[in-house]
Design a binder for this molecule. Structure first.
Ligand code: MG
Length: 171
């Protein structure tokens, strides 16, 4: 039984987009794609503030036509206080599998001024592939600075965009 809106036909391919942004504050950990990075500040968030996992979770939920991460895991629920954001992505994966879909491919862009993500991309991609039950070759990850402009460019925020293509298992 499909988990998504019953009025939505079970099409063979579904695309989803996710976006997330968190404030960066001293005294918090910076965790991106399940990797704890050395930095002078981190995300002031209800969960562990992993923007990459949050954006990908929303992309998968969006592709399925489901509620977004904030509706599914409200930030006033003490269960998600400091939560490892992998739990959100695992839930999205479960919903995706239950609806009969698998990941075709995922493309993500993290926007942050520093630190550089290059050395950590392989580990982040491996984490995403594991959580989404796909091959690492189906996961792409890019990082961009914000050219010193606005909060993102001033090391006061971190953001992430994600686009995912889901493919119906029997198509
Ligand atoms: Mg978030």
């Amino acid at each position: 039984m499909s988990e998504h809106d019953p009025d939505t036909p079970a099409v063979s391919q579904r695309v989803g987009h996710g976006f997330d942004l968190h404030r960066l504050e001293p005294g918090h950990d910076l965790i991106v794609g399940g990797v704890k990075l050395k930095h002078d500040r981190g995300c002031d968030a209800h969960s562990d503030g992993d923007v990459l996992y949050h954006a990908v979770t929303d992309a998968v939920l969006g592709a399925l036509g489901l509620d977004d991460i904030g509706q599914m895991f409200p930030d006033n629920d003490p269960r998600w206080q400091g939560a490892d954001s992998a739990v959100f992505l695992r839930e999205a994966f479960m919903r995706m599998s239950a609806a009969g879909y698998a990941v075709g491919n995922l493309d993500c862009t993290v926007v942050l001024e520093r630190p550089r993500l290059g050395p950590f991309k392989p580990e982040m991609k491996a984490n995403l592939a594991e959580l989404l039950g796909c091959d690492v070759a189906q996961v792409n990850l890019k990082a961009k600075t914000h050219e010193g402009v606005d909060a993102l460019g001033e090391n006061r925020a971190i953001a992430c965009h994600a686009v995912v293509l889901l493919i119906k298992n029997d198509s």
